[in-house]
Design a protein around this ligand. Structure first.
Ligand SMILES: [Zn+2]
Length: 165
């Protein structure tokens, strides 16, 4: 792992999880700031460029960096494991699509109806309403960049303040 201090780590975690989602980049298991490690793709602990960072569960982090020894990037990245469930594979397919789409919508309109966002999101990505709702819960969680606001009894999604800056 790295030389990040706690505050720095938290900040980076927010950026990476808002970008990639709160799950292990290798096996897809869903996690949190407590269970996911910030991994340096190039194994250089000083390179804290967000492009070089990804979230890994402890088990995948250990597999990628056994006993802290650096391995070349090409040996470790994007290994499909047979025990990866159908759900995880689908999630990997839909989630980036959905995140990209919702980003564009919220940027364009500033605030969009939650109901609309869920239904159109499902329509656009091909995922089920339930799946889209799950993505929303993650994106509106503590480390996500979206929040739900209620205006005149209707629920809308918009970017959190720290993301707008
Ligand atoms: Zn993992």
């Amino acid at each position: 792992m790295s030389r990040m201090n706690g505050r720095n780590r938290k900040h980076l975690y927010q950026i990476i999880s808002a970008r990639d989602g709160e799950f292990c980049a290798m096996c897809g298991i869903v996690g949190s700031i407590k269970s996911l490690c910030i991994d340096h793709r190039d194994n250089n602990n000083r390179n804290n460029d967000p492009d070089n960072l990804q979230l890994l569960c402890r088990s995948c982090n250990t597999k990628k960096n056994p006993r802290g020894k650096a391995k070349p990037e090409n040996e470790s990245a994007e290994v499909e494991t047979p025990r990866q469930s159908e759900e995880v594979r689908l999630k990997k397919k839909y989630e980036p699509m959905f995140r990209k789409w919702i980003d564009i919508q919220v940027q364009r309109y500033g605030r969009i109806l939650l109901q609309d966002a869920v239904e159109s999101g499902a329509e656009v990505t091909g995922a089920s309403i339930q799946t889209i709702e799950r993505y929303f819960r993650k994106m509106c969680s503590l480390s996500g960049k979206l929040k739900v606001v209620e205006v005149e009894g209707k629920k809308y999604v918009e970017f959190k303040e720290w993301w707008k800056k």
